[in-house]
Write a protein that binds this ligand. Sequence first.
Ligand code: IMP
Length: 211
Amino acid sequence: MTRVFLASRSPKKVAELERILRDVQPDVEVVGLGAVAPYDEPAETEPTFEGNALLKARVGLAASGLATLADDSGLCVDALNGMPGVLSARWSGTAKDDAANNALLLAQLRDTPAQRRGAEFRCAVALCMPDGQEEIARGVMRGRIVEEPRGSTGFGYDPIFVPNAQPQGEQFTNAELSAEAKDAISHRGKSLRAIAPVLARLLTAAPSRPR
Ligand code: IMP
């Protein structure tokens, strides 16, 4: 069994990656931050999702010695010139205050008409291999910002974002979709599905081993 490290505290992301990887590379165990010796995680100081993902994956590889993946993501709103972008988690000033972030974004878009409320979630996944190879995969979920929050699943900006890619033109917010329905069209699902075959190829060439 080859071990791969996903530098994330989210058991949900670890399970999602393992599910996706299993299709292209059986015999892979994905472990999260809880399974490696504690280390100082880097602050997300880069101006791009790719830069922050690489920062986290490089430090994770140095700490674990395993092939390491890390992701960074956020919401980019057309009418705000792509913001909040890499500032998504702390848009209202306090890190990870989802309700305050959503309220601020809705206030900023109060006078923006429906046809100009386009937005997209973006995700970058970085892969760092023990032999020094580095790869990046990206995923985008296009949609629009609604006027009132709806739904209770998911996290972050999910209650105010309606993705375009819905069957029969349904207008659910991300927070009204099941986790599986969201994963199938999400920025994170797309970027993980794009990096999985790359990881499988590199692992086959040079399996990573714990230190
Ligand atoms: P992270 O890259 O998972 O840390 O996400 C950064 C921030 O972007 C989160 O705190 C959310 O505010 C926002 N975000 C990223 N992906 C999603 C998503 O799938 N739904 C809602 N918000 C998201």
